[in-house]
Design a protein around this ligand. Sequence first.
Ligand code: NAP
Length: 323
Amino acid sequence: MTDLDFTPAPLDRAAPFYVAGHRGMVGSAIWRKLESEGFTNLIGRTSSELDLRDRHAVFDFFADTKPRYVALAAAKVGGIMANNTYPADFLSENMQIQVNVMDAALAQRVERLQFLGSSCIYPKFAPQPIKEDYLLTGHLEPTNDAYAIAKIAGIVQVQAVRRQHGLPWISAMPTNLYGPGDNFSPTGSHVLPALIRRFDEARESGATSVENWGTGSPRREFLHVDDMAAAVFHLFEHYDGPSQVNVGTGRDTTIKEIAEMVAAAVGYQGEIAWDTSKPDGTPRKLLDVSRLAESGWTSSVDLRDGITSTVEWYRTNKEHIRT
Ligand SMILES: NC(=O)c1ccc[n+]([C@@H]2O[C@H](COP(=O)([O-])OP(=O)(O)OC[C@H]3O[C@@H](n4cnc5c(N)ncnc54)[C@H](OP(=O)(O)O)[C@@H]3O)[C@@H](O)[C@H]2O)c1
């Protein structure tokens, strides 16, 4: 079969639904969303129970559990420093995870699979806001090119499975995400959780100045992970097409403004300094979310509110999270 005959429709709430990476920030938000939507047969495995780099184990798992739907939110994920330091690991581990999961899902003819990538797949100097069609039209940001290439391979694998096997699989490309379950480690985290930790520690220690990397001028878009999970679920039920779909708010903010919002949310009142000898990364990254909007979904969590509730989550869970 090579012709897609699928019409997006409500998913069967009783069918086995595998959330790969269900303990991660995104996977756990998807899990919560599916539970709230009444799914009764959710399947999750931690990386110690099932290492998705182990191809035989992944094939056995799919043969045993026979999921009808799969959300592929398992990946090796990190911020600019981790990506720049361990590019070989980011390329190899992500390729292994996604190829194994998609090959095993294909062997079981999983009906709906959604692959999650990242906005770093787009060229560093892509026109803004970034449309889905700008994929593979220019050079990538070198600090995370290995990770981006793995994610691009994932998008192409989804498209190839659609073409060759007629399965209505899709891909979603989230912008920067934040929220409960985030990684707050100083070396492995993304910008927003790193800022929350840095400013909260500065407030606790009574520091009078906090220094941040770069100039603070790059513009970034941030989406709360609960919005992301809602978008993933929406796409499962409403979108069927070969192109990846951008997922974001459609609004961007400078890192400097974000730092000020975080400082206000944690109650830090000292100086906010910038080490301009450190790299800024991509100057602006704003996704064009018109395709998602056309499918009937827009974000709803306000950035200030989302930062405030994430700070509360961080403080409550500080003792037992990734730091
Ligand atoms: N965070 C962001 O800002 C962001 C932005 C855009 C896109 N995304 C995408 O969203 C997806 C999820 O990201 P996230 O932020 O939720 O990451 P995360 O919190 O680090 O979670 C990653 C998950 O992947 C699982 N995993 C990693 N290696 C594995 C392996 N070898 N075998 C089995 N499971 C493995 C982990 O399982 P265990 O916990 O059991 O070890 C974890 O649950 C990724 O595809 C990422 O590219 C994230």
